[in-house]
Design a protein around this ligand. Structure first.
Ligand SMILES: Cc1cc2nc3c(=O)[nH]c(=O)nc-3n(C[C@H](O)[C@H](O)[C@H](O)COP(=O)(O)OP(=O)(O)OC[C@H]3O[C@@H](n4cnc5c(N)ncnc54)[C@H](O)[C@@H]3O)c2cc1C
Length: 400
């Protein structure tokens, strides 16, 4: 291969570029991203950056040494509008074309919006650095009451950071027990209790009926959130954390199989062997069907696998996710590794489930499927090594 184009310049794209070089690719490597900023990392946006303890320089995914070492041709602020996967041709919004023998799709996702919230002042999403700058400015600008809609990890972190800033926070979720589908009921209850213990007003099993607004200079400004039971929660700022929509529109008509992501095989290779997909946008073939991961660690794990297979011209290794992710809330790091099943038994291995602890998930045969830690990074690391092996393999060589 002489030219590989990586589309999407966030963690999956930059990691894919690195993996390609590590795997020996020495041709032209073009990294195209529609965000004009130098590639940056997203996890701090809901944590230290939002709290004001980290600045923009702390977010860099690539420094100038990396760029030189990776010999990257960076095209930032450049949107790819079309891909012809079979011909290996990309068309940019400014009319330029890039011919590439190999393509890495790493275009991630954008936040799902609350219906009726578009253009309403005081309502925020959090995905980009610009979103984080705008939210931080709103939170420090005489705001006192924040309603966070959606109690997944993103919403939970925003709630935690806002509490750390001394704001009144309500965390709202339509599900009776957020995170239960992922972590099981016992651990999900511990996560919910952590919010209450830190003064966040937790409202589960209630959804938004509509936003209350008042006229403002530029249109409408949010004043509160009306729930489906008629309760009105006054709010100066509303933050929605309702998940993402994968960015695949630019791939319509490309020849790739789409559907809530870009479909790939278990080696991150699409139906066209010269195109691979990685990160939040990739829907890969797993044993239990197809799956997308929306976690930082999976993006890097997938990048290694995709790079190997792209250079080989077919699938030689498959993605075996470690299932690892972390989230920082109220001074504690929550960590999961492995793959808990819905019927797994959960056992607290040590610590206090109302504060800091580690837990093990086991299936019906007594095999450990996952380990979890809250505010207990060292104990979690030990338990993970003991129960799941070192970091857990992210790739597996396919049998010949
Ligand atoms: C605030 C926040 C906090 C998070 N915290 C954690 C955490 O603590 N732990 C964890 O495991 N995960 C966390 N995550 C999730 C993690 O950051 C994501 O899984 C990760 O960013 C996915 O990377 P990606 O490169 O696949 O996609 P993205 O980060 O979405 O990047 C895709 C890039 O492609 C660009 N793009 C899209 N379409 C085009 C196009 N047509 N042409 C050119 N460029 C395009 C986009 O602008 C974007 O820059 C967090 C996410 C957010 C938003």
């Amino acid at each position: 291969m002489r030219t590989i184009a990586v589309v999407g310049a966030s963690v999956a794209g930059t990691r894919a570029a690195r993996s390609l070089r590590n795997a020996g690719f020495d041709g032209r490597l073009v990294l195209v991203g529609d965000d004009a900023r130098t590639p940056y990392d997203r996890p701090p946006l809901s944590k230290g950056f939002l709290a004001g303890t980290q600045g923009e320089a702390d977010l860099a995914l690539l420094d100038t040494d990396d760029e030189a070492e990776l010999a990257l041709e960076l095209r930032l602020g450049a949107r790819v509008e079309q891909l012809d996967a079979h011909a290996g041709r990309l068309r940019l919004a400014d009319g330029h074309e890039i011919g590439a023998d190999g393509v890495v799709v790493a275009t991630g996702g954008r936040p799902r919006r609350l219906p009726g919230s578009e253009g309403v002042e005081g309502v925020h999403v959090l995905r980009t650095l610009d979103d984080a700058v705008a939210l931080r400015s709103a939170l420090t600008d005489s705001t006192s009451r924040v309603v966070v809609v959606g109690a997944g990890f993103l919403g939970a972190e925003v709630a935690s950071t806002c509490r750390g800033m001394g704001l009144d926070v309500t965390l709202l979720d339509a599900s009776p027990l957020p995170l239960a589908a992922l972590l099981g009921e016992r651990i999900a209850r511990c996560c919910a209790a952590l919010h209450s213990a830190h003064g966040t007003d937790v409202r589960h099993g209630r959804s938004v009926a509509r936003l209350r607004t008042a006229p403002s200079g530029r249109g409408a400004r949010v004043t509160g959130v009306e729930l489906d039971d008629g309760t009105v929660l006054p709010a100066d700022v509303v933050v929605t954390g309702l998940g993402i929509v994968p960015n695949t529109e630019w791939l319509e008509g490309s020849g790739l199989r789409l559907g809530n992501g870009v479909h790939t095989d278990a080696g991150m290779v699409t139906d066209v062997p010269t195109v691979v997909a990685v990160g939040d946008v990739a829907r890969y073939g797993a044993t239990e069907g197809t799956r997308r991961h929306e976690h930082w660690t999976s993006a890097g794990e997938q990048a290694d696998v995709a790079a190997t297979n792209l250079l080989a011209g077919h699938t030689t290794v498959t993605f075996r996710p470690s299932g690892y992710f972390w989230s920082d809330q109220y001074g504690r790091t929550l960590q999961l590794a492995g793959h808990p099943g819905p019927d797994d038994r959960v056992e607290i291995v040590d610590g206090d489930p109302e504060d800091r602890f580690t837990a093990r998930y086991t299936d019906a045969s007594g095999t450990t499927t996952a380990v979890f830690g809250m505010g207990s990074a060292r104990a979690f690391g030990r338990l993970r090594r003991a129960e799941l092996g070192r970091a857990g393999p992210a790739r597996a060589v396919q049998p010949a």
